[in-house]
Design a protein around this ligand. Sequence first.
Ligand SMILES: Cc1cc2nc3c(=O)[nH]c(=O)nc-3n(C[C@H](O)[C@H](O)[C@H](O)COP(=O)(O)OP(=O)(O)OC[C@H]3O[C@@H](n4cnc5c(N)ncnc54)[C@H](O)[C@@H]3O)c2cc1C
Length: 409
Amino acid sequence: MGTHDTFVIVGAGLAGAKAAETLRDEGFDGRLVLVGEEPERPYERPPLSKAYLTGAADRESVDVHPAGWYGERGVELLTGARASGLDPAGHRVELDTGERLGYSKLLLATGSSARRLGVPGADLAGVHYLRTAADADRLRTALSSGQHRVVIVGGGWIGLEVAAAARHHGNEVAVVEPRPTPLHQVLGAELGEVFARLHRAHGVDVRVRTTVDELCGDGGRVTSVLVDGDTELPADLVVIGIGAAPNTGLAEAAGLDVANGVVADAALRTSAPDVYAAGDVASSFHPRYHRHIRVEHWANALHGGPAAARSMLGSKVSYDRVPYFFTDQYELGMEYSGLAGPGADVVHRGDPGNGAFVTFWLRDGRVEAGMNVNVWDVAEPIQALIRSGRQVDTGRLTDPGVPIEALLG
Ligand SMILES: Cc1cc2nc3c(=O)[nH]c(=O)nc-3n(C[C@H](O)[C@H](O)[C@H](O)COP(=O)(O)OP(=O)(O)OC[C@H]3O[C@@H](n4cnc5c(N)ncnc54)[C@H](O)[C@@H]3O)c2cc1C
């Protein structure tokens, strides 16, 4: 593929920007267009709920590439431009500006959007979502006075990280979560409780088994959150963190296979010829798990974009990375590797009550997933253990005196 080809990437997030970088690094010298709906160049989202929200990180530090990089590498970055139509047979993308772009290969890296809360009052002023840098700017400005009563709807990763940032600024914070603990679906009850305790220790009112019925307001501004039909939690700022939904509209309208994301094979090829998908939006076949999975995490955008780029260039690609994500909340830093299915055996190396430990999820004595909390430089060996598929001795696995590498044989 070369000089006479045009590659178009729709979605100027991390996956799209990293794909563009790889295409140039691997020698693609044709026209390369990166189309992004947001008004700014690609940036990383994880700091938006952490260091950027507390004010510890500035705007430039979250950019994927510096401003001059796009021109230097011959990447035509179209910001504030939405791809509104895709014609796979004609190999054309239409932008909302009316411009049409022909492509030889197309990458869909349209990411995901924050799920909206469907209760009365959800559109009142003072109600925030957090997906974009613009959202983070608004939220940071609001939180930074430290004077607010903040109610966070959803005890998932983003809700909890925003709770930590809101406490950092000195606000009064409540988190409302319908399940028995925060992060219950991902981590289960015991580890969800670790996060509940952490937040309570930092002064957050963590309300579990609690359902939001309505956001109540006065003069168009939110004043409280009605929960469980009869309890009003005073609030002058509400943050909704109830998950994300993949941006599949363009693919769906074009007739591509879509099922909880744009369906792709292990080489990140979609059901349409010359159209690829990567990052949050892709539901790709994972050779390790023998099924399609969609991963809404930073590392998947970081590695999936380049993998798609190599596939677009004709390399043989089998995208089979072990899923990985991380979080930072107060003094707790955590990394999670793998994919634990229901009913896995859970064992710990160290005491989850003590702030520094590693948890493993096992099936038939094989490690499916591992989570290290305030224990560092172990994510790589944990991933190697998962990839190896070997049966491990649980006594050695849970013994902090045995290096994890030693279990690899
Ligand atoms: C606040 C926050 C904190 C996070 N923290 C963590 C973390 O701690 N750890 C972790 O592992 N992950 C974290 N994540 C998840 C991680 O940021 C995402 O997995 C990652 O951003 C996905 O990258 P992406 O490029 O696939 O999609 P996105 O980042 O969503 O980028 C897609 C881009 O495509 C644009 N787009 C969509 N449709 C079109 C269209 N039709 N035309 C043009 N452009 C379009 C969108 O506007 C967007 O700019 C966090 C996410 C958020 C929002």
